[in-house]
Design a protein around this ligand. Structure first.
Ligand code: CIZ
Ligand code: SF4
Length: 309
């Protein structure tokens, strides 16, 4: 009988335990390839949140970062949500505290607060609407026109949405350090080397980088666009973990990252071993105190109502 490689052995133990625990494994588009391959679903945070609600599983192993697992926990109080590594944070989410948000609200009384999903549960609880990069434009358009809007924490996504909607947004100075590494000059060079490629840029990139793209899209928007395009090549300006999914779905295409060192250290802390340990020990449980969960859920529900229509 052929012997299994160490990875195959790990995968088979994960699959066995997953069935025993009635668990589902959800992986974000930015996770490493072997985690995407072991997952039941791979997607962006909005799709994974929806999947977490729809799946009949008792346990959700959320392979992503803390705010994503928290979002799943907010929407699924009766399920156990596990994060394989409790230190998988998000630099952008950590850039704003509740005190800073309250100070901003005090400066702009009456303004609606739209928070990007890349934020803590406590920040969502202080916000009126949540949004992801896939629905930020629609969420902002749904805010009554007479209301001012505070948009937190991502200044670049906020700037993009302001330009798309024509709404004047009160921006905060947060940003994603990973997307900030993508230089316009790198994108110019790679475009020159592959002139036939579709160029897809994430809205967390600064404007001079966004302006070089054919389209500005969320991660799952990029996956859909590449599948639908006749172009034989694509350049993606976002976190490099997404290349695995795109290449797997489009084996005949050549896909390039605009920046090789655009990898998120938080996303990288999850490993197959940690997924196995997480299922063995039912660790690390992500839960949100009920008073915060209920308020944060209102902001998420407003977002889900807009993006369902
Ligand atoms: O919403 C998400 O999953 C993130 C963080 C990015 C994207 O564009 O999908
Ligand atoms: Fe946060 Fe940026 Fe990493 Fe996404 S890529 S989890 S926004 S630090």
């Amino acid at each position: 009988m052929p012997t299994l490689s160490a990875t195959e052995e790990l995968v088979s133990r994960i699959q066995r335990l997953k069935a025993e625990r009635q668990a589902v494994i959800l992986a974000h588009n930015y996770q490493i390839g072997e985690i995407q391959d072991v997952a039941d679903f791979v997607g962006d945070s909005l799709e994974l949140s929806r999947m977490a609600v729809e799946m009949p599983a008792k346990v959700i192993v959320f392979c992503g970062v803390h705010f994503m697992a928290e979002t799943a926990a907010i929407l699924n109080p009766d399920k156990t949500v596990l994060l394989p590594d409790p230190d998988a944070g998000c630099s952008m989410a950590d850039m704003i505290t509740v005190e800073q948000l309250r100070a901003l609200k005090a400066q702009h009384p009456g303004a609606a607060v739209v928070c990007y999903v890349n934020s803590t549960a406590a920040i969502k609880a202080e916000s009126d609407y949540c949004c992801t990069s896939a629905n930020a434009v629609r969420v902002v358009e749904s805010v009554p026109p007479e209301r001012d809007i505070i948009f937190i924490p991502d200044q670049f996504l906020g700037d993009y949405v302001a330009k798309q909607t024509g709404r004047k947004l009160i921006l905060y100075n947060g940003y994603c350090p990973v997307h900030y590494r993508i230089m316009a000059s790198d994108l110019v060079a790679i475009k020159a080397a592959h002139p036939a490629a579709d160029v897809l840029v994430h809205p967390e990139c600064p404007e001079e980088v966004r302006d070089l793209g054919d389209r500005v899209l969320s991660t799952s928007g990029m996956c859909r666009a590449i599948k639908a395009s006749a172009a034989p090549e694509a350049i993606v300006a976002t976190e490099v973990g997404i290349l695995h999914r795109i290449q797997k779905e489009n084996p005949e295409k050549r896909v390039y990252a605009s920046c090789q060192w655009c990898d998120c250290s938080h996303m990288r802390v999850n490993t197959l071993e940690k997924i196995l340990w997480s299922l063995e020990d039912l660790q690390h449980v992500v839960s949100v105190p009920e008073p915060i969960r209920v308020r944060a859920k209102q902001a998420l529900d407003r977002m889900l109502a807009v993006s369902a229509s």
